[in-house]
Design a protein around this ligand. Sequence first.
Ligand code: HEC
Ligand code: HEC
Ligand code: HEC
Length: 127
Amino acid sequence: MRAWVLSLLMGLVWLTGQAWAGDISPVIPKAQGACVDEPQAMRRHHFDYLKHQRDDTLRSGIRGAKYSLKECVSCHALRGHDGKAVPVNAEGQFCQSCHSYAAVSIDCFTCHATVPDKAPKTAGVTQ
Ligand code: HEC
Ligand code: HEC
Ligand code: HEC
């Protein structure tokens, strides 16, 4: 291999390494109060909890249980400067902030509401 090709490749490897080492992490909007579980556990397992609860509701008719998607939205939706709730799946908002970072796409919000029925529980306002 020619020397310049080799050094170009080495350069690319180095650059990729820099990008990974750099401080790139999602900026996750904060909710107020306390989550339905430890944030650490929610970060790692929320999808399992949600799917489990969905199955309980759809198959066994259990409602009002702990990991309600409706409740996630009611706490995690922030308010815009106009006082209206901002959809949790909008760019930079709670669910989307992590999912774009992790390249996850969910279909839940084709059926489920992305804003709370009432005013958001959270006092937070988006930037
Ligand atoms: C009563 C309000 C409330 C409800 C309901 C709620 N959360 Fe939370 N959640 C919080 C708060 C407060 C935190 C910790 C502060 C923060 O990170 O926003 C949190 C943290 C989290 C985190 C960790 C965020 C991070 O920065 O790593 C995830 C993930 C999460 N919640 C998902 C959910 C999901 C999914 C649901 C629905 C099953 C839900 N939450 C329901 C208030 C709530
Ligand atoms: C095709 C429409 C549809 C899609 C897509 C969908 N759901 Fe649902 N979901 C429903 C319906 C209908 C109910 C029943 C509502 C009721 O009877 O309370 C439900 C109930 C639930 C419940 C229990 C009620 C609550 O508020 O917690 C959870 C949790 C849930 N779904 C999570 C999810 C998640 C997570 C996804 C995405 C992975 C998803 N759903 C995608 C239609 C849908
Ligand atoms: C702290 C980052 C973070 C936040 C905040 C977050 N998610 Fe996730 N979510 C993830 C990651 C990472 C995955 C992929 C996990 C995997 O596939 O192992 C995921 C996966 C999911 C899945 C499963 C997707 C699939 O195809 O199976 C659902 C459903 C989901 N999230 C719902 C939500 C909802 C609803 C919210 C907002 C209330 C939310 N998440 C907020 C990081 C987050």
